[in-house]
Design a protein around this ligand. Structure first.
Ligand code: UDX
Length: 459
């Protein structure tokens, strides 16, 4: 089938690559000529495992093309996806200007039936807005042309986007006509072979499904973070609690990992967008508000722990930081806890030596030539002469590090672990002063630096 996709960003690019892999003839449109040029040469602007192989494969088979020519892309296909960004507005609501602009462009060039598919995460009611924009534009061109609008939200996770797209656990389609439903079924036929994954509904419900999914996941995390904070105060271990509750299939083990807060381009943005939608219909969404508030506080726990560890004596210290991306397997630092921590440390007069396998360039761009922030090429280099190590993102390479080397490199054997990677008992045996999130022993009256003499005093 001939398909066009507007937007060569995260969602559009992955969708284009995966649809071309299963044999569709896909044209992906982006307004950035340099990006389009690079993509046509197989150069991927983001780090996403497996994506480069798929894009190169699509290009070589002639099933995937990138273009800046919107008219050509609109003529090319009956099915046109809108997968452009919906960044948050000042008030937290989703900015729909790009989505509506694409809708207008489609209507400007279409002369025959099209199904216009919203892939971008858009507030409830956007389908209707797209419809009226297209209708208006067609009217002003004096063109009578049938079309359908469909909501087909994307559920892919960064870092696993290709796999999620290749093996979706559900395909939500919000449709108003059988004709559009049949086209959607044809597009997703390959993915719907073994068992029915398509969940068909009306457009507004499909739009809300996307927000409900992300907000539910964010709620699980904030709930667990709240339990972790409580566990610390009560002397309980959240890791045992997690296993204890996850074993109930009604709760499940997925997405109940406590930590130093969720980030990324979706959860914070979508919670705020849904809060905004709620306000518009005069509904006081108390749980959503709390989820966001808990998360904002949770992003501060690492700094608060360091503050306590050093008994408030932070000025002039150096902290090693492992993990900058908002989660492993991505170079994305949007809404990442690392940025909240770096800002707080720099403001407190602390120098930061940070390492991340993928996100160093992104963070380098954010902070420019900020002297007190050093980005190291190796995780070991970040440790040298630092007063403590803080783990912010659970990259695989942080799971079994050389603990002896960590001890030798740090001024104090202190690890503050925002992702609960290690066993507190084992760390104690190894001679570390170790703090996780919700692991029973909170930093009580005795700050770690008082318990641990700096190395030069021991010698
Ligand atoms: C999310 C949704 O999972 C995906 O379905 C949707 O389409 C887009 O938003 P993504 O933002 O890529 O995907 O990341 P995800 O893996 O969901 O993680 C989000 C954040 O939650 C990360 O910061 C992660 O560290 C945190 N998290 C996740 C936890 O703190 N605990 C958990 O148990 C799981």
């Amino acid at each position: 089938m001939k398909i066009s996709i507007f937007g060569g960003g995260y969602v559009g690019l992955v969708q284009a690559a995966v649809l071309s892999e299963v044999g569709h003839d896909v044209t992906c449109v982006d307004i950035n000529p340099r990006k389009v040029d690079a993509l046509n040469r197989g150069l991927i602007p983001i780090y996403e495992p497996g994506l480069d192989v798929l894009v190169k494969q699509g290009l070589s088979k002639g099933l995937l093309t990138f273009t800046i020519d919107a008219e050509e892309a609109i003529q090319h296909a009956t099915a046109i996806f809108i997968a452009v960004g919906t960044p948050p507005d000042e008030d937290g609501s989703a900015d729909l200007q790009h989505v509506l602009k694409v809708a207008e462009t489609i209507a400007q060039y279409m002369n025959e039936y099209k199904v216009i598919i919203n892939k971008s995460t858009v507030p409830v009611g956007t389908g209707a807005r797209v419809k009226s924009v297209v209708r208006e534009q067609l009217k002003s061109r004096n063109v009578i042309c049938e079309f359908d609008v469909v909501s087909n939200p994307e559920f892919l996770k960064e870092g696993a986007a290709v796999a999620d797209c290749q093996r979706p656990d559900r395909i939500v389609i919000g449709v108003e006509s059988d004709k559009a439903a049949n086209i959607m079924r044809e597009i997703y036929e390959h993915f719907n072979r073994n068992h029915e994954k398509i969940i068909q509904m009306d457009i507004r419900s499909a739009e809300l499904t996307k927000y409900a999914a992300n907000c539910m996941l964010a709620t699980k995390i904030s709930f667990m973070n709240e339990m972790a904070n409580l566990a610390e105060k009560l002397g309980a271990d959240i890791e045992s609690v997690r296993q204890g509750i996850g074993s109930d299939p009604r709760i499940g083990y997925h997405f109940i990992y406590p930590g130093c807060g969720y980030g990324g381009s979706c959860f914070p943005k979508d919670i705020n967008a849904l809060l905004n939608t709620s306000r518009q219909v005069s509904y006081d969404a108390k749980i959503l508000k709390a989820v966001d508030r808990v998360n904002q506080k949770q992003k501060q726990v690492l700094f608060n722990k360091l503050h306590q560890v050093f008994n408030g004596d932070l000025v002039g210290r150096t902290i090693a930081l492992w993990g900058l991306s908002f989660k492993p397997e991505t170079d994305d630092t949007r809404e990442a806890t690392s940025l909240v921590l770096i800002n707080a440390l720099l403001e407190a007069g602390v120098a930061v030596q940070a390492y991340d396998p993928q996100a160093r360039a992104e963070v380098g761009n954010i902070y420019g030539d900020q002297e007190e922030l050093t980005l190291t090429d190796k995780k070991e280099d970040a440790l040298i002469a630092a007063d403590a190590l803080v783990i912010v993102t659970e990259w695989k390479e942080f799971r079994s590090p050389n603990f002896e080397l960590i001890q030798q490199s740090l001024n104090y054997p202190i690890i503050v672990d925002g992702r609960n990677l290690y066993s507190p008992q084992k760390m104690k045996q190894l001679g570390f002063i170790y703090y996780g999130v919700g692991r029973g022993e909170s930093i009580k009256k005795q700050p770690a630096v008082i318990m641990t003499a700096p190395k030069e005093m021991v010698q």
